[in-house]
Structures are given as C-alpha cells and as structure tokens.
Design a protein around this ligand. Structure first.
Ligand code: SAH
Ligand code: SF4
Length: 376
C-alpha cells in the first residue's frame, strides 16, 4: 500500500458526507460546496486550481484527499455516433461505459460492477461471472470522465442529459454505492439531473426496489424478458427467488412513489424463445391491468459468441409490438445502437477475472480455505 491509498477520493463522497467531513476538519459547510463545484461542475482534479480556497486548505486537502476517475484505456466510436469507453478497474479487469447521442439528449450507460453474479442466459456479462462491486467514486467517475472527454455539448452546456445503469452489473446488488452515486447525479452541487433522467435497470431484486423507492425514487427499468415464471426462471434465474407476482407487486409500489408514475419494462426479443403472439398475449395479461404505469421497451437480442440465441426478425418484433399497442400498452421497439463496436445492450464484455466461480470451483475441490485472491 502506498500513502495514496489512504487518502480519500472526493469523487466518492456525497455532498452531505463531504460537508460532514469538512465539519470534522473544522471547515465551514460552504467550503465543501465550493469544492463540490470545482470537482463536479468544472471537473478539476488538481487542488491548486481551486483558486477561491485558502492556500492552507488546499495544502491540507492534498494531504488527505485526491480526485481520480477510472482510467480510460480504449475509446471506440461507432458509425452511428455511439462511443464505447473501456475503463481500467485494476487487477487486469475493466468495465465499459457507452455514450449514446440523440437529437435532443445524450445518454450515458454506466456500469455498477465488474461482471455480474447473476446468470441471465442471454447476457454476455452474465456469462463472464463476477469480480467485484465498483466503488461510488468509480461509478461517479464514469460521468465525470464523460463530461470531461466528450466535446459535443447539449443546449444546457452539458455533454450528458441522461444516465442509465444499464452497463455491466446488477446495480441493486451494489446498492449503497449506486444510491450514493445517484444522489450525486441528482444534487445541484453534483450533476443536477432530475429523477426522470437517472434510471436504474434491475433484473428484479425486490427488497432493494422497495428500499430505493423509500430512499431515492429515481426512474426504474425492470428486465422482464418473459411473461411467465417458467420462462423467466430460465432466462432470468433470479426469478426463482423473486417470482413475477412478488416482482410486479414491488413495481406497483414503486410506481406510486416515482415522480412520473411509470415503470419501464425491458424485453429482449429472442427468436422462437419469447417472441410469439402467445407470449405477447401473456404480456397483455400481466401488464394490462396496470397499463397506466407501464412502458415496454422491446430490445432486439444482441448476439455474442456462443450465446445459442438469435435475434427476432423485424417482422416478429413489429407483430409483438402491435399486439401490445392494440391492447393499450405503451410500447417502443428500441433501435440497436453501436452494435458495430459491441456497445449494444448485453454485449458489454470488458474483462472479468471471475472470483465467484473460481471460489465455487475451489470450494468443490476443497481448496477454498486460505485462498486470498488469485488473479491471472
Ligand atoms: N443488470 C441490470 C442492468 C444491466 S443489463 C439488468 O439486468 O437490468 C441492461 C439491459 O440489457 C437489461 O435489460 C438486460 O436484460 C439487457 N441485455 C442483456 N443482454 C442482452 C443482449 N444480449 N441483448 C439485448 N439486451 C440485453
Ligand atoms: Fe447481470 Fe443484468 Fe446481465 Fe442479468 S442481464 S446477467 S442481471 S447484467
């Protein structure tokens, strides 16, 4: 360990925590606000540039803190303007973040974990296993880096108008860090985004959905992907723990507290698996009674090597969408963006040294005791 490791990365401190920390150091809260503005509004990483702080405070901060986002190791641009960044997370691992510009907005798709411990069969992240949770600083650092690197600006002067937790990982299995990061995304001294414009996508971790509703009701997307338990158990195995009736009840509670009153349901279209009209009818049965609070996003399956699945044809997607719409369900068939650079949903691979499965394997062999960490 170097002394650097003992200092605090300011990117990971919520405004209230930074103010409390400043108070402990005998500094006034407005000093913390000044620092927040330097860090998140002007994206300064050098205390000497914070010219409205006393020199003595700057020197003190240098001793106890630093400002450092994850390092960008690859930056790829798609023909459609989508841009994929590979971020180093140490130990030979990396995560990905994707920038998706549209006419009047620009969305940043960020990661919350290195890999994922869940095993959805159609997702390449799920196939890779889990290494570790990202810290708040590593999550906030993604938006910080994007705002710093992307030249193209929206009329607001910002590069990014929307943030979605749809990159690698299950955000609600890294709850505290994700909620702290989201708090900074919303705070006026952070990134000033509205609750509508920050979305958590989850495979359905029910107790965490309820806690989010109480703590920070930002937009919620549910990875539904199947309209009945038998099929969802297969595609999204966490369904065995939180089956559809339990999940939908949590969604109904969440719809009551989220400002716009709707939940987004994501449904990946896999040829011959979940894309028939019978499946659409089951979707109508499931979502119809709550249609006022529902928006469905049909995502064409993005293939990856060895997935064993194929993308539904355009016709089947349109037919499925029409059946939902004809039954009053707000449905959008999402365009696939950035698939020429493997930046589309579920193609985010990064680099994951799987600890969980290695531990399982070692445990099976009776070799788990005493193993601290094995990296490649
Ligand atoms: N773990 C969270 C967020 C990350 S995945 C979740 O599951 O919701 C973001 C979205 O991409 C999810 O809806 C996920 O189901 C979808 N996805 C995963 N693999 C995909 C693939 N191969 N093609 C299309 N969408 C995929
Ligand atoms: Fe994890 Fe989401 Fe992929 Fe499922 S779809 S394996 S929850 S990242």
């Amino acid at each position: 360990m170097t002394s650097t490791d003992e200092r605090i990365n300011l990117l990971g401190l919520t405004p209230s925590r930074l103010r409390a920390w400043f108070a402990e150091m005998g500094e006034k809260p407005f000093r913390a606000n000044q620092v927040l503005k330097w860090v998140h509004h002007r994206r300064v990483d050098d205390f000497d540039a914070m010219t409205d702080l006393a020199k003595s405070l700057r020197e003190k901060l240098k001793e106890v803190a630093f400002i450092r986002p994850p390092e960008v190791v690859l930056d790829q641009q798609s023909a459609d303007g989508t841009r994929k960044f590979l971020l180093d997370t140490g130990s030979g691992n990396s995560v990905e973040m994707v920038y998706i510009p549209e006419d009047d907005r620009a969305t940043l798709c960020i990661s919350s974990q290195v890999g994922c411990s869940l095993t959805c069969t159609f997702c390449s992240t799920g196939r890779q296993g889990f290494n570790r949770n990202l810290s708040t600083a590593e999550i906030v650092g993604q938006l910080w880096v994007a705002e710093r690197l992307i030249e193209q600006r929206l009329p607001t002067g910002k590069a990014i108008s929307n943030v979605v937790f749809m990159g690698m990982g299950e955000p609600l299995l890294n709850e505290q860090a994700v909620v702290d990061a989201a708090e900074l995304f919303l705070d006026d001294y952070g990134y000033g985004l509205s609750k509508r414009r920050v979305t958590i996508s989850t495979s359905g971790i029910v107790p965490a959905i309820d806690r989010l509703g109480e703590r920070l009701p930002i937009s919620l997307a549910i990875s539904l992907h199947a309209p009945n338990d038998a099929l969802r158990d297969e595609l999204v195995p966490i369904n065995e723990k939180y089956p559809l009736d339990v999940l939908m009840a949590a969604c109904d509670r969440y719809a009551e507290v989220v400002p716009h009153g709707t939940i987004l349901y994501e449904y990946v279209m896999i040829e011959g698996k979940n894309d028939s009209l019978a499946h659409a009818d089951e979707m109508v049965e499931l979502l119809g009674p709550r249609r006022e609070a529902v928006k469905v996003n049909l995502i064409p399956f993005n293939p990856f090597e060895g997935s064993g699945y194929e993308r539904s044809s355009r016709n089947r997607i349109m037919r499925f969408a029409k059946r939902l719409r004809d039954n009053g369900i707000n449905t959008v068939a999402r365009k696939t963006r950035g698939d020429d650079i493997d930046a589309a949903c579920g193609q985010l691979a990064g680099q994951v040294t799987d600890r969980s499965r290695r531990q399982d394997r070692l445990a099976k062999m009776g070799l788990d005791r005493g193993v601290v960490e094995v990296t490649r």
